[in-house]
Design a binder for this molecule. Structure first.
Ligand code: ADP
Ligand code: MG
Length: 396
């Protein structure tokens, strides 16, 4: 991939930079600005090179319609604070306001266009529609820098199509993320442990088939656990369950066993009668879950066992909280796993929006880990060996 420095002298050039500023919001308050902070080095590099910087980004899922609820205004404000410089936000994505905003930029200044997902072409499955929108983006710039790692697995106008319309390069964040992921797919130091949890069960189950081959040990927590327990014939009560995946999961368990790989499942579970922060929680054996309750965290015995396995590894990739970490009563498993990752003698990587937010929320610092990835889906697809459109389009 080309780097920003390969784009030549950028003084006075209009540089479009795709960032991932899709931060969690509570009203218009940003609850974790990690992704905005991660975008700073590339934006500053472009400013120092004398470029006119135009940030392209999305927030949430406005699905091709203008919706002020998904305005990038909070992200533009926070970016401005962090850069200690003005960031003008256009009122539209590729309209009069966008053109005027870009026109007004001086060398080294930063502007942001509105949420690219306000445009129906951004996420369109139709190549022509996406290309047409990408032409409008391209008219606003002289070069393109792709730095939104969290979206490089998406074939979208501002990620994929735009890159073939202008001289393009990967930003430093994308380069850094890819460098770490290469270490996880190449010859990773062993033992190599992958920890999976979270709620997007069906997405993540697909990854397992591949990870069983690369990693030595798979540790399973979070909402995914119950499909595994069900596959072993156990009762899972009202827990999250993907019943149509049970057969696939049986296959993974067989494949791991015959390949000499370990899949470690929790032996105890924290259950409650309902999904609520103040629900009365109890610990039960994983193979004796009550019918009328649901599993919301791994139990203390499992947390200890998971931690012991993780601490001994030399490479760890973790995606997905071990329980409903947003609720104090169900955050203990996630805390134990995070703690164990900080003790790894080797490379420890945390990937995924909710996982990153959870470790920060639990009071861990970013540099307690080898790397906190800004992309969950993108990291997993990379580890799966899939072609990521936003990366391959940048190949020279
Ligand atoms: P990431 O964003 O890190 O990739 P996911 O989006 O897959 O992770 O999952 C995060 C969500 O999973 C959290 O909101 C958490 O509350 C939820 N979760 C974890 N364990 C459970 C569980 N046992 N039941 C229901 N939800 C769970
Ligand atoms: Mg998530």
């Amino acid at each position: 991939m080309k780097s920003v420095t390969d784009l030549g002298d950028l003084r006075g050039q209009r540089v479009l930079v795709r960032c991932d500023l899709n931060v969690p919001l509570d009203g218009d308050t940003i609850t974790d600005d990690g992704r905005i902070r991660a975008s700073l080095p590339t934006i500053n590099q472009l400013r120092e090179a004398g470029a006119k910087v135009i940030v392209l980004a999305h927030l949430g899922r406005p699905k091709g319609k203008v919706n002020s609820e998904f305005s990038l205004a909070p992200a533009a404000r926070r970016l401005s604070e962090l850069l200690d410089a003005e960031v003008t936000l256009a009122d539209d994505v590729v309209g009069d306001s966008a053109r005027a905003t870009v026109e007004a930029l001086a060398d080294g200044q930063v502007a942001m266009l509105e949420n690219v997902r306000f445009e129906p072409g951004e996420e369109s499955k139709d190549d022509g529609e996406r290309s047409e929108l990408a032409d409008k983006y391209a008219a606003l710039g002289d070069a393109f820098v792709s730095d939104g790692f969290g979206v490089v697995h998406r074939k979208q106008a501002s990620v994929y199509d735009l890159a073939s319309k202008l001289p393009s390069a990967a930003g430093g964040l994308v380069e850094a993320e890819v460098e770490v992921l290469q270490k996880l797919t190449g010859d990773a130091a062993r033992p190599y442990v992958v920890v999976l949890g979270g709620a997007k069960v069906s997405d993540k189950l697909n990854v397992i088939a591949n990870l069983i081959r690369t990693a030595d040990t798979l540790v399973i927590g979070g909402g995914m656990v119950f499909t595994f327990l069900a596959a072993q014939g156990h009762e899972v009560g009202k827990s999250l369950l993907e019943s149509d995946q049970i057969d696939a999961v049986k296959g993974y368990l067989d494949e791991a066993a015959s390949g000499g790989k370990q899949i470690i499942l929790p032996t105890d579970i924290v259950v409650a009668p309902e999904f609520a922060a103040d629900a009365p929680a109890t610990v039960v054996r994983a193979d004796e879950m009550p019918k009328d309750q649901l599993g919301l965290d791994i139990g203390p015995e499992s947390a200890e066992r998971f931690a012991a396995v993780i601490e001994k590894a030399h490479t760890v990739f973790w995606n997905g909280p071990m329980g409903v970490a947003e609720m104090e009563a169900f955050a203990k498993g996630t805390r134990a796993v995070a703690e164990a990752l900080t003790k790894v003698d080797g490379l420890s990587v945390v990937g995924g929006g909710d996982s990153a937010a959870a470790v920060r929320d639990l009071g861990f610092a970013d540099d307690d880990f080898g790397h906190i990835s800004t992309g969950g889906g993108a990291s997993l697809e990379y580890l799966e060996g899939k072609d990521l459109p936003g990366l391959s389009v940048l190949a020279d």
